[in-house]
Each structure stands twice: as structure tokens, then as C-alpha cells.
Design a protein around this ligand. Sequence first.
Ligand code: 9MR
Length: 379
Amino acid sequence: MKKFTPTAMVLGLLLFLSGCGATATRGKAPTTLKEGLNRHFHIGTALNHHHLHGTDTKGLEIVKEQFSAIVAENCMKSMYLQPKEGEFFFGDADKFVEFGERNSMHITGHTLIWHSQAPGWLFTDDAGNDVSPEVLKKRMRNHIHTVVSRYKGRVKGWDVVNEAILDNGEYRDSKFYQILGEEFIPLAFQYAYEADPDAELYYNDYNEWHVGKRDAIIKMANSLRERGIRIDGIGMQGHVGMNYPSIGDYKAAIDAYANAGLKVMVTEFEVSILPHPGRRVSSNIADTEAYRNEIDPYREGLPDSARIAWEERMLDFFSLFIESSDKLTRVTLWGVTDGDSWKNNFPVRGRTDYPLLFDREYNAKPVVQKIIELGRTNK
Ligand code: 9MR
């Protein structure tokens, strides 16, 4: 039997101990959202104007530290990218993509074809009349080709069409629909595919848990695929509140899209604590209401009861996301801090909401550690 010298034994012991150290490092408890969740799905957030223009450096630090994916909240919408026909402005979108690349993030482009925040010229001729189907097709093709090919291989997926189908499953009566009928959707996907065949292509919408809407979206996706037109997945906007939708309805929708063979991602996620004052619960930006004190109950801060209820609701959703992680590729929050959120101004301007994971002082809310823990301890 081989004899070990004392030096060899000390060296061996040191090696053993350093090995233990390495094991301990490997097994270190995750402390950030991306460390806790990345084995389930990408965890993302939306970058806004302040992030891109260096006026919210604290917010940007949180993005780098906590998130593995980004989406453009506004700067890739057509009215900003092509305010006049043929005059493109890529300054902000370039900054957005460069930030994602510098930080090795999964980058999503939002959005190529949306009835809202589209420039007026897109649909009209010099006399102010609607353009012909041929002209609109040409303009859509030029917009999509120019934008998608600029970021070819860099933007990993595009929200090609946003919010084209209503809660009851009918097509939205947008200018795209009025001029081109349902055909504008396959055309948009085809143009995006031509410009970057390797990018993933998504349909993105709100309230996709409504059964009529859900079934119409699946029918639309199936009809694209039957025609050989590529569509990869469905972005389920998650503009949820305390009472809508039920976790069961949201889960049923995730399952339905996944069973139809589509990738599913939760996009634009936040949990609003405020009452939805309107008759209809919607994220349609045209559905606004007037401000009243009684529908802005937390402007001086959140009482503990509301904070606890909000946290439970947030955790219920994250439990669902983790449980559904074989079907979800990404979960993206619609902003970083409560101060960023569009919900402070929708559906009522000037309220104080608390829908995101970081507070107005840039502190992680206690729920962040709980989400990380859920990610660590579940399948
Ligand atoms: O969060 C965006 C807000 O800053 C813009 O003013 C608004 C304008 O339409 O768009 C918001 O983002 C929307 C997203 O692009 C599509 N789904 C609904 C979102 C909230 O309106």
C-alpha cells in the first residue's frame, strides 16, 4: 500500500477543503431574481425612456443585477421608429439593444404592428383618405423589413402583432383591419420572417384568458401555420389586479396555448392594488376614467392589510408561473419600480399604485426574496 508523506497529506487536505469551498459556492443560495428563476424561465423587465437616457441610473442598476431579459416599453413602437414616411429614428432603440447585448440579456422587440402608437401617415394618402390595401401592405413591409433587419440576430423575438383581437374573439376594428381585413396579421408575420428567419415571432395581447379571445387567437395561429407562415408563441400580457383574472383562468389560458403547440410567455406583468373603476376590466389604453379621491385610496402609503394581500396575490401568480415553467419561456414585468408604472395613470390619471417588485425608493420589496425562494425550492 502506498504511503503518504506529511506534506502530501497536508496538500491533500487543502485540496479537499478547497473542493468543499467550491461545492459551497456552487450551492450558494440565490440572492437575485435571475439566479432564483433562470432555471425555470427568463425573468425580464421593460426599459423606459429614463433608463435609456441615463436619468434613472438606479433603476438601470436593478435591471442589470436582477433581470435576464428586457423589452422596450415604448421606443420600438412605430410612431417613434418611423414618425414620417421613410424617416426612421433608431437612437433609443439602438441604445436599448446595446444595453441588452452588453449585459448578455435576452432581448424582445415590442412591437411591429399595433393600432395604437402608429403614425397617422401609415394609413392615409396626401388627401387624408385611407390608402389602398396595396399601399398599406407596402408600408407595413417596408417598416417591418427595415426595423427587423437592423436588429437581425440581436433581437431574439418580436411582438409582431399586438392587440388585434377583442375579448369576445372578434377582430378589432383598427385601421389595419379596415384596410386589409384579417390578412394584415399573416402579412406582418410573413414580413418579419423574411427579415430575420431566426428571430422568434409572437402575437401579444391582454385579457387572453377570456375564452372567446383565447380560442380566436389559437384559431388565428393555427391558420397561419396551416399556410406555412411562422408564428412561434403567444405573449400573455399580465396586467392583472387583485380580483381579475382568477389564477385558474390564467392557468387555463397558459395550458391552452401550450397545448396548441405555441411557446407561451407572460409579458407586461404587474399586479395593480387599485380598484378598477370602469365597468370593463381592460388594458385597452382608450378605456380611461376621471380621477376621484375615493378611487385613489393609497396615495399616503399602503396599510399592512393591503400590502399583505398584494404580496399573496403576487406569490400566487409566481407559484403558477413556476408550476407552469415547462410551458413558459419568459416572465417579464412591465417596469422596475412602482414609480415607473403606467398603472399610476391608467385607467385613471394621477393615482398612486404599487404594482411592481421594487418600491419608489428603489428597494426590493420583501416579496422579491420570497419569489427567489419559490424558484429555488420548486421543481
Ligand atoms: O407602458 C406604456 C406606456 O408608457 C405608454 O404610454 C402606452 C401608450 O400606449 O403604452 C404602454 O404600454 C402598453 C404596451 O405597449 C401594450 N400593452 C398595453 C401597455 C399598457 O398600455
